[in-house]
Design a protein around this ligand. Sequence first.
Ligand code: CMP
Length: 139
Amino acid sequence: MTERTFSIIKPDATRRNLTGAINAVIEAAGLRIVAQRRVHLTEAQAKKFYEVHAERPFYGELVAQMTAEPVVVQVLEGENAVAKYREVMGATNPANADEGTIRKQFALSIGENSVHGSDSLENAKIEIEQFFTEDQIVG
Ligand code: CMP
């Protein structure tokens, strides 16, 4: 089934000028970038986006990292896009990520892990709506 998922290229990656390199991995995997925008997240935006992690010990650091420098928010489209992108990203902790994945190639640590991708189709819809209107997504 053709799906859409939400992606963020995180500050650790934009800082190192890796947007194009990461997009190349995404496109090589057959996912299409159907919306994309560079944005410097506000604290309010980052807190809302990561609300589900509010009680976790790393929440404060996560919000600080995500607002430190610009990110690139994206909508990716393709067959089974949610699961496919999670495969392409690799494990949250880059130490556990498979060869060829984005996190294996580029991530610095579990916090500075270069990319975010939705974990379910339901969350993808919620996350996409936080950053894009339907007319900004061009499939
Ligand atoms: P992401 O997919 O963006 O979702 C939550 C983020 O929290 C995760 O990627 C990590 O970058 C970050 N994080 C920091 N520390 C941890 C941790 N101990 N366990 C899980 N996620 C963590």
